[in-house]
Design a protein around this ligand. Structure first.
Ligand code: PMP
Length: 432
């Protein structure tokens, strides 16, 4: 307890003014949150002076780790010149040009301030383009807090409904029931389920919202046949494919859809493209993005935002993204492979009932003997959940911050010895 005495003190203050003591439901507690004083590359230094290897990186945002100097320098320069204007700046061009050039599905783009907003505007754009309001999405996946996007996110088993036809459930009391009625929930990688669902309402769908490797739903890889079915059915029924790459743009130089063979009409981005500052973007086919256009006339879909395309996020994002060369992605890929292989080797050595999912710089350890392919398979039993708690605590006792029930991620700031720490900590956990 003495180890976290200052965190304890801050949390006591927080409990007086925040509903649960903090301002994000996603803040982890063991049992109280660890307050951070500063970050240094791959490490966090908490307010009690502990140094922790950070595998969370602000929910996979900080692909260069903490305090990345090129971003810090560029932002320091911007700060004295004004941080937001009602006018456009050249800085939005730099980041936009980079993304249009790299991400095959993005021909035109708009900036917003968060991944939630990016997904929201992608859905609205799909609706405005098709003139339809329904959306389809995969059970369990997290897509931010727009009402329709969050239907059946992290659904509890009691509300799942049958495997062949998952129930659409809203996530908060008082949410309009009409929201759930306008969402078709399918299971990731379930081709027949998808076919059955669109046979019923495919011609009413504006879009399918799909994260190519949904982190909260298991960080499971998409089957090529599932990806193919999405394309075929979208053409057949005239709905759009919206790729949520808010988290998974870090899958490669050209993003996640390109990596997994998905051809989206719209892409929602966020996290790494802001270089550690708040950001979101929606991009896609020119023809679809035209819904945002309107000079002198009201656009089909109005989109603004006080802080959208603010120069701080734009500059930070451009500098962070420019530093991510094809070689950086190759290195991240090798690092990820090294860690995942090391974890799998430990599982084999102890014949432990665990498995590992993920690709590129992302991984997730499951207390499951069989590698899950979708949300229900990844969902832990109460017993498995307690193993995860033990695992997270074990890592924590070795000063490694391992996200609970979500993706862990590597950064360009990590060294080979950091990677070995992860693998050793896991072997150590399995042994004890
Ligand atoms: N979509 C996905 C796949 C995400 O991982 C997240 C954030 N974890 C969001 C959307 C929402 O992004 P934000 O937190 O920036 O609103």
């Amino acid at each position: 307890a003495a180890r976290r005495s200052r965190s304890q003190y801050f949390f006591e203050r927080g409990r007086l003014i925040f509903p649960d003591g903090t301002t994000r439901v996603t803040v982890e507690r063991d049992p109280i949150p660890t307050y951070i004083a500063r970050g240094e590359g791959a490490y966090l230094i908490d307010v009690d002076g502990n140094r922790l290897l950070d595998l969370n990186n602000n929910f996979t945002t900080l692909i260069h780790g903490h305090g990345y100097l090129p971003v810090a320098d560029a932002v320091a320069d911007i700060l004295q010149k004004g941080t937001c204007f009602s006018n456009p700046t050249e800085h939005e061009l730099g980041l936009a040009e980079l993304l249009v050039q790299r991400i095959p599905a993005i021909e035109h783009i708009r900036f917003v301030n968060s991944g939630t907003e990016a997904v929201m505007f992608a859905i609205k754009a799909a609706r405005a383009f098709t003139g339809r309001s329904r959306i389809a999405r995969a059970e369990g996946a997290y897509h931010g807090a727009y009402d329709w996007a969050e239907v059946s996110q992290s659904a509890a088993p009691a509300s799942w409904g049958p495997e062949e036809a998952p129930t659409a459930t809203t996530v908060y009391r008082g949410a309009p029931e009409s929201v759930a009625e306008e969402v078709d929930v399918i299971r990731f990688n379930d081709i027949e389920g998808l076919e059955r669902r669109v046979a019923i309402s495919g011609s009413e769908l504006a879009c399918i919202l799909i994260d190519p490797m949904p982190s909260r739903a298991g960080l499971t890889a998409p089957d090529p046949a599932f990806v193919e079915a999405i394309s075929t059915l979208s053409r057949q029924y005239g709905f759009l494919v919206v790729a949520d790459e808010v988290l998974n743009l870090r899958q490669g130089y050209r993003g996640a859809s390109a990596r997994f063979g998905l051809v989206p009409d719209l892409v929602a981005a966020g996290k790494i493209i802001g270089g550690g500052f708040p950001v979101g973007a929606v991009g896609g086919r020119k023809e679809v993005m035209e819904v945002f256009a309107g000079v002198g006339t009201r656009p089909v879909l109005p989109q603004g935002g006080t802080f959208s395309a603010n120069p701080v996020s734009m500059v930070a994002g451009r500098v962070a993204m420019e530093a991510l060369t094809p070689a950086s992605f190759e290195r991240l890929e090798e690092m990820g492979t090294h860690v995942r292989n090391g974890l799998c080797a430990a599982i084999a050595r102890y014949e432990a009932p665990f498995s590992v999912t993920g690709s590129a710089s992302l991984f997730r350890i499951h207390p499951k003997r069989h590698t899950p392919r979708e949300y229900r398979q990844a969902f832990p039993t109460p017993e498995q959940n307690s193993w995860m708690t033990n695992m997270t605590s074990h890592f924590r006792s070795l000063d490694i911050l391992l996200p609970f029930g979500a993706a862990s991620c590597l950064s360009t700031a990590m060294t080979n010895s950091d990677l070995d720490l992860i693998v050793e900590a896991f072997g150590d956990f399995l042994e004890t």
